[in-house]
Design a protein around this ligand. Structure first.
Ligand code: GDP
Length: 298
């Protein structure tokens, strides 16, 4: 397995070993860094003049993943807003890591390959800038996956944004689908739900969430047809392809008997996929719905 290395900035003496994580992936430019920063600033976002002293707004150069420690409370039944300062509120909080992965296509493979393992963990390697000279990594259990999409870029039919976004999503969903069969003993692996977050809905050019969903489904359907045809063209016998597609470890995403791909087909493999619109900057539905989705799953 290829570990996801984290350049981790210690903000306190807390041990992160047991914190679960939520992985944030998506094409570069989708807004992953912006979302991470928004959630990290959470309680400060409300203040008129945010006085941020910590290492926030790290528009890193996307060579290594970075993570922020966040907290949510579900004491009252529903998750608290990301704007709530849980320390001040004295609420019992559930802490987790939001892990931002590099969007560069060359670096995606490692993150995705990892998703296929039965017990995906995120390896956290302490920052070498930390006072600690420790080089040991700690493991964090993966609880959920957020795939961030630039809904404005998808609306531009001249760009290849739809094709490239869908192909990234295909690989991620296929990896999770493959996990389904990797049982240890009689237990199926704990499911990793997926949130497809359609970002930048503050822009009037952006596709609404329902269209992001249908366009991605159509494109994912095209990709699975092309990929199975690719196997045929590559000289693999037709029987092998049918076998591979029908087999447990096939490259065919979703329901084998279906003509059209639908996200609901992923339920067959215990993968819940939800598409929700929002925005990180500007006026729009905001990011609160995404935060609540996370809060219900960590
Ligand atoms: P990353 O490559 O996925 O980390 O993307 P960034 O977080 O660096 O964001 C890419 C660009 O999109 C930046 O200029 C952000 O300010 C912008 N951006 C992020 N979220 C939104 C949003 O909700 N609306 C708009 N209009 N721009 C956004």
């Amino acid at each position: 397995l290829f570990p996801i290395l984290l350049h981790f900035i210690y903000s306190s003496g807390t041990s992160y070993t047991t914190l679960p994580s939520v992985l944030l992936i998506g094409p570069s430019g989708a807004g992953k860094t912006a979302l991470l920063t928004l959630f990290e600033r959470g309680p400060l976002a409300q203040q008129e003049k945010p006085t941020v002293s910590g290492p926030v707004a790290r528009t890193h150069t996307s060579q290594v993943a970075s993570a922020v420690e966040l907290a949510v409370s579900t004491d009252n039944g529903t998750p608290t807003s990301y704007r709530v300062d849980l320390d001040a509120a004295g609420a019992a909080a559930r802490r987790f890591l939001l892990v931002d992965t590099p969007g560069h296509p060359k670096l995606r493979g490692a993150a995705i390959a990892h998703l296929a393992s039965a017990t995906p963990t995120v390896n956290l390697s302490p920052s070498n800038t930390s006072a600690s000279s420790s080089t040991e990594t700690s493991k964090s259990k993966l609880k959920a996956l957020i795939f961030l999409v630039d809904a404005a870029a998808l609306a531009d039919s001249d760009s290849d944004a739809l094709a490239s976004t869908a192909s990234y999503l295909y690989d991620a969903l296929l990896a999770l689908q493959k996990r389904f069969h990797r049982r240890s003993g009689s237990r199926a692996p704990a499911s990793v739900p997926v949130l497809v977050a359609a970002n930048k809905l503050d822009l009037f050019t952006a596709l609404p969430a329902a269209l992001v969903k249908s366009q991605l489904e159509a494109e994912l359907g095209r990709i699975r047809k092309t990929r199975s045809k690719g196997l045929l063209d590559s000289g693999v016998g037709a029987d092998d392809v049918v076998g591979a597609a029908a087999g447990e470890e096939g490259e065919w995403l979703g329901d084998h008997g279906s003509d059209k791909f639908r996200f609901e087909q992923m339920m067959e493999f215990d993968v819940e996929v939800e598409v929700m619109g929002g925005n990180v900057v500007g006026d729009g539905p905001g990011a609160e719905k995404w935060w609540k989705w996370i809060g219900e799953r960590v």
